[in-house]
Design a protein around this ligand. Structure first.
Ligand SMILES: [Zn+2]
Length: 841
């Protein structure tokens, strides 16, 4: 999603204290922690003023065991700064790619952090796919931009120790990893330098962390290096935590297994697990990661008395009577509130949450709907319940996040033991309230970096809840403030009690049914626009905007949708120019004076809060001469890709082949069968029916096999994915402009039905291909040679073989990226593959 005139930047409603609260730790209610364990951890944490920031390139580069050790074991503030959201990887659980994949991975990381107890940040950098050098990576990201973000995160988080997950040397393979190491090193000192990024000093102060460590890989204590920066720190993440009932490595396994899109299911390890991070810069340490750093309240002027009280609170805590600890916490509160330091501001919020925990105070704010349109009114219900004998009273509830949001003051309503206090407020959503598009997707990205207009949002993992309830509670002589997001709470008959975020949506959402409309010949096509109403009685006009040379009929169509949630389809006829052309088609709805040109997509996976995004209602237009001799195509979907759609655009009739059809169906009715990306990795039935597929080819069929991964966990039959032996390797061509040589320019597969030329490899996106064949039987014929700059030529990208009366094509070029992107040449080449048995007889 790269544009969206209907999406406005958020008004600045975020105050600095709120910003700090957003930065402050994961949500207080943790599914895996409850009761006395949660209380005790909160009390222990109040004693500790220590922080560590870990920096890596991608979701999954973090050392989850170290994060769990620091956050859960040492009770420190720990955070992972992932430079990217992992947009460039593959998706093992669905079809989302690119920005949408980044959105899911953001939530996966947040889910992992809820388990290991650390916090999460991101820069604006986009994972643009595999990169072989740091130079390429930093050029594509924009070195200064991403360095600024790392510096900004350090200045805001103020870590005692920074840990980089790669040291920034060329030994580290992936250019993103090298780049993250280089930026981490530079930011360590730049953050302390007032002359670097001075524009940030409006919000933050310069910050010098005490030391910079690089992840240690060694399993045994390594020798000191010549420059005296040898190993100094030893960490055992295999330590057992009796309070939690797990070792930190076990927690790490649970946390890491949240990375579902990348299939990162990880073991929960038991037993000692020592590591030795190495000093890169700053003060040396002996033994402990915090060596030489005062991690107690004594580090703050006037902090010692509060520290003493917290020591006592943790020591005298009684699991069966947590409320007995409340008076001590209330005694410490004015002492903490009096200290003017960022640490004290953070700890004051932790303290208020700890008071609520020990007092068994439950607070909730909910609505009956999860989606609301600007201008509408919404009833917000509050529930406050005191599940202890602590004397508490509700003073006020204030809604925050929107202009004009209401508040209610109460004289002081005592909260009786275990009796819910229920109230409600009506809020009117401002007419100009922006839609809930994640902040990094509001503007088109530039190069390989997101554009974020509000500097205070930079670094945050996700936008703050659009509506928040601030409860003021009287506890003894203190008033504590607790903030909860307004959620829609409901009971799902299968999942039980569920909550989902409140979102602001446009009155109608508009989407063109196909992301790419391909005209393989001069014939006009029907284009359908789906219009979904989010309000009752929405009416207006819809028009399609096409570039010069393309013709749309009719010019506009009027619509009326009686009910909210209903959809209607409007059809237009589109004629393409006679010769090759590309362009963009845009659908615009006009509803009571407001123009809407975005769709609405909800991405929901088990265990993650549903994400709503508003992709622009546009589609790519491609006019290219594409002929295919294959009409009926069977598609074996693998990990998920958009190729079937693209094949339909070429005029093929595509049938998705399920397990039954693959096992028993009549395959001979297909002109070609295609296996989707990673199909042999995720579909065990493919290996099981290898012989059926080979028989199909032998009798005259065409089988096209796209890329798979040889990762050791896949069926051994990965070598048996064709009629003759073939081994899948790891070679890739990551530069999308890398030259492609035709090994036999007269090869029939390059001549019919489409004459393929160099221009068909122009305009490719992200990469040429990945996981090429590394070895193959001489009966295969390689068609192309390609390679990245300064690398060996690779011929295993596409292999062709005749088998009986049919044809087999192995192709690890990344068609799954090119076809959805509307690359004309990709359609033409792929059409030849589908036609292989017929054209090359
Ligand atoms: Zn990585």
């Amino acid at each position: 999603m790269t544009s969206g005139s209907a999406i406005h930047a958020g008004a600045r409603l975020i105050s600095l204290p709120l910003l700090l609260s957003l930065l402050h730790g994961p949500a207080p209610a943790q599914r895996n922690l409850a009761g006395a364990v949660q209380d005790q951890l909160a009390l222990e944490r109040l004693k500790v003023l220590a922080s560590v920031l870990m920096i890596g390139a991608h979701p999954d580069d973090e050392n989850t065991a170290l994060l769990a050790y620091l956050a859960r074991g040492r009770k420190a503030r720990a955070a992972y700064l992932s430079l990217t959201r992992g947009e460039g990887g593959q998706n093992l659980i669905g079809a989302e790619q690119g920005e949408l994949l980044g959105l899911i991975r953001t939530q996966e990381l947040l889910a992992a952090r809820r388990i290991d107890g650390a916090e999460q940040f991101f820069t604006r950098a986009i994972d643009f796919g595999y990169s072989k050098s740091a130079e390429e990576t930093l050029a594509k990201w924009g070195r200064a931009t991403i360095l600024a973000d790392v510096v900004w995160t350090i200045r805001r988080f103020r870590p005692d120790v920074v840990v980089i997950m790669s040291a920034g040397t060329s030994l580290e393979g992936h250019g993103h990893h090298q780049g993250a190491g280089i930026l981490g090193r530079e930011a360590f000192s730049a953050a302390a330098d007032r002359s670097r990024f001075p524009e940030q000093l409006r919000w933050v102060e310069p910050w010098q962390a005490k030391r910079l460590l690089a992840r240690g890989y060694a399993s045994s204590r390594p020798q000191a290096t010549g420059d005296g920066t040898g190993p100094a720190v030893e960490i055992d993440t295999g330590e057992f935590d009796p309070l939690l009932g797990f070792s930190y490595s076990e927690i790490a396994g649970m946390s890491r297994s949240m990375h579902r899109t990348q299939g990162m299911g990880a073991p929960e390890r038991r037993g000692a697990a020592k590591s030795y991070p190495v000093l890169v810069a700053g003060d040396p340490a002996r033994g402990d990661i915090f060596d030489g750093i005062d991690t107690t309240w004594n580090r703050l002027p006037g902090g010692a008395p509060a520290g003493k009280i917290f020591e006592e609170a943790a020591r005298t805590f009684r699991p069966e009577q947590p409320e007995k600890t409340v008076p001590l916490l209330l005694q410490a509160r004015p002492l903490v509130a009096a200290i003017k330091a960022p640490w004290a501001t953070l700890k004051l919020q932790e303290l208020d949450e700890a008071i609520a925990l020990c007092a068994g105070l439950w607070l909730g704010a909910s609505t009956e709907r999860h989606a609301v349109v600007p201008g509408e009114s919404l009833q917000v219900s509050f529930e406050v319940i005191n599940r202890s004998r602590t004397s508490l009273a509700l003073r006020s509830v204030r809604l925050e996040g929107m202009a004009g949001a209401p508040a209610a003051e109460f004289a002081a309503a005592p909260l009786a033991y275990n009796e819910p206090d229920r109230r409600s407020l009506k809020v009117t959503i401002p007419a100009d309230q922006p839609y809930s598009q994640p902040f990094w997707l509001q503007k088109p990205s530039q190069g390989s970096a997101y554009v974020v207009e509000d500097p205070e949002m930079v670094g945050l993992p996700e936008p703050p809840a659009i509506l928040r309830a601030r409860f003021r509670i009287q506890a003894g002589s203190e008033e504590i403030d607790l903030v909860r997001p307004v959620l829609r709470r409901y009971v799902d008959r299968v999942e039980g009690e569920t909550a989902r975020p409140l979102v602001v949506v446009p009155p109608v959402a508009v989407s063109i049914s196909e992301p790419v409309v391909m005209f393989p010949d001069a014939q006009a096509k029907t284009v359908e626009v789906l219009l979904r109403s989010n309000v009752a009685g929405a009416s207006g006009e819809l028009r399609l905007e096409a570039p010069a040379g393309w013709r749309v009929q009719p010019r506009a169509a009027s619509f009326r949708v009686p009910e909210a949630g209903q959809e209607t389809t409007l059809a237009f006829t589109l004629s393409a120019p006679p010769g090759p052309a590309r362009g963009e088609l845009r659908a615009v709805a006009q509803v009571s004076g407001r123009e809407i040109s975005s769709g609405m997509q909800v991405i929901a996976y088990p265990g993650l809060p549903p994400q709503t995004v508003f992709p622009p209602s546009s589609a790519g237009l491609v006019r290219a001469d594409v002929r295919t001799l294959a009409r009926k195509v069977g598609y074996v979907m693998g990990a998920g890709d958009e190729a079937p759609r693209a094949l339909r655009q070429m005029g093929c009739e595509v049938t998705l082949l399920g397990a039954d059809e693959l096992a028993r169906g009549d395959l001979s009715r297909f002109d070609a069968i295609v296996t989707g990306v990673r199909a042999y990795n995720v579909r065990a039935d493919l290996a099981a029916h290898h012989q059926r597929l080979m028989d199909y080819v032998q009798r005259g069929g065409t089988l096209v096999v796209q890329y798979n991964v040889a990762d050791g966990r896949s069926p051994a039959s990965l070598e048996k994915i064709g009629p003759y032996p073939l081994r899948v390797g790891r070679d890739r061509v990551s530069v999308e402009e890398a030259p492609v040589t035709f090994l036999n320019p007269k090869h029939p597969l390059l001549a019919a039905p489409n004459q393929i030329g160099e221009e068909d490899f122009r305009g490719w996106v992200q990469e040429r291909g990945l996981n090429f064949a590394s070895q193959w039987d001489p009966q295969y014929e390689p068609l192309f040679e390609s390679h990245d700059p300064q690398e060996e030529p690779l011929r295993g990208g596409t292999l062709y073989a005749r088998y009986g009366k049919g044809a087999y094509v192995f192709t690890a070029f990344s068609w799954f990226r090119q076809l959805p992107a509307g690359v004309p040449g990709a359609f033409r080449i792929f059409a030849n593959f589908l036609s292989a048995a017929r054209s090359a007889q």
